[in-house]
Unconditional design. Structure first.
Length: 83
């Protein structure tokens, strides 16, 4: 997943820079260093997004486990029919 996220980020950065040049009716490769910066920023952005998504999934799993345990204590841990 890391390699595909890196490639996707690089393509996102490159595409953004080329689109920006196209909108301004400039040559696509006017300043090649801008393309490299855009690709680097795209790589960082997409990789951080993947890390954030993984952390969010872990946090959600923990919250669901806590909620399940609380429900089991509430409904199955009680003795008797009425409170």
């Amino acid at each position: 997943m890391a390699l595909s996220a890196t490639v996707l980020g690089a393509l996102l950065g490159l595409g953004t820079q080329m689109y920006s040049n196209a909108l301004r009716k400039l040559p696509y490769m006017r300043h090649p260093w801008e393309h490299l910066i855009g690709m680097g920023l795209g790589v960082v952005f997409v990789n951080q997004l993947v890390k954030w998504d993984a952390q969010l999934q872990q946090d959600l799993d923990k919250m669901l486990e806590k909620a399940k345990a609380a429900n089991e204590r509430r409904y199955l841990g009680r003795s008797g029919f009425c409170h």
